[in-house]
Design a protein around this ligand. Structure first.
Ligand SMILES: [Zn+2]
Length: 256
């Protein structure tokens, strides 16, 4: 089954037509949606979606680009929710060294604290990794968590292998749709299929055919077709394997 392993379904961009967009994605075979929070305000939105829909898998965490607005107390709130079993993963967490106006020290402080929460509650993590592969790997070697997903992976083959060795799957999506994304397309073609999960990151990262518009959940089926073509295998095999990978990365979560 097709599972979107990273989609911000709670985003305001979807308020007007969320149900229709989910129905459109389901109509092209997408059966599950992993929805990561980005800040404390989104914890409730993600939980409400997961309560209302059995095809939504909730992840809770504070995104590296949201740490400037976060309070230390938000980590306590997060821990309380994790302790009550309100999330299947901790995310979206990580480091972003591409954006220059977010204090790297504060990013690291929140990343490390949340890795420790994931370890304490035995939860996988959903990682945001931008120009930060090495510092993130360094923390993952220090603070052992039960794997997870490195979302929108954009690193070298060797770095991919290091994540795989630490029990992570790598997320591929819209970047594969650009002919010019040669490195990402080559990784998608050559990495073990068992290491790959599909994602849209909607409403962000619009594909080549949707520039200037918001990205939508149904695009996942087209990404599956691109991956199948790159690898010379059937879409059914892509769906079956990447769906199983997403389930395994999320502690056995399956959409009902
Ligand atoms: Zn995201």
């Amino acid at each position: 089954m097709l599972i979107d392993s990273h989609i911000h379904l709670d985003a305001g961009e979807f308020d007007a037509d969320r149900d229709e967009l989910i129905a459109a994605a389901r109509a092209v075979g997408v059966r599950g949606f992993v929805v990561p929070a980005v800040d404390r305000a989104s914890f409730e939105r993600v939980r409400a979606l997961a309560t209302a829909r059995t095809d939504v898998c909730p992840a809770l965490g504070i995104h590296p680009l949201y740490v400037m607005g976060a309070q230390e107390d938000d980590l306590g709130v997060l821990e309380g929710l994790l302790a009550r079993g309100e999330a299947r993963a901790v995310g979206e967490i990580g480091l972003d060294n591409f954006v220059t106006d977010v204090d790297p020290e504060r990013q690291l402080e929140f990343f490390v604290a949340q890795l420790k929460l994931a370890r304490r509650h035995a939860l996988p993590v959903i990682l945001h990794v931008r120009r930060a592969v090495d510092p993130i790997l360094k923390q993952l070697r220090r603070i052992e968590v039960p794997g997870g997903i490195a979302h929108a992976f954009n690193g070298s083959r060797q770095q991919a292998q290091m994540f795989i060795d630490l029990g992570f799957r790598l997320g591929f999506g819209g970047a594969m749709s650009f002919e010019g994304s040669t490195r990402i397309r080559e990784l998608a073609r050559s990495l073990p299929l068992d290491a790959i999960v599909l994602e849209t990151d909607a409403p962000d990262i619009p594909p080549a055919w949707g520039q200037g518009a918001r990205n939508v959940p149904a695009n996942l089926a087209r990404y599956a077709a691109i991956l199948a073509e790159l690898r010379g295998i059937s879409v059914d095999e892509v769906a079956a394997t990447t769906g199983r990978n997403a389930r395994d990365a999320l502690g056995g979560w399956l959409p009902a």
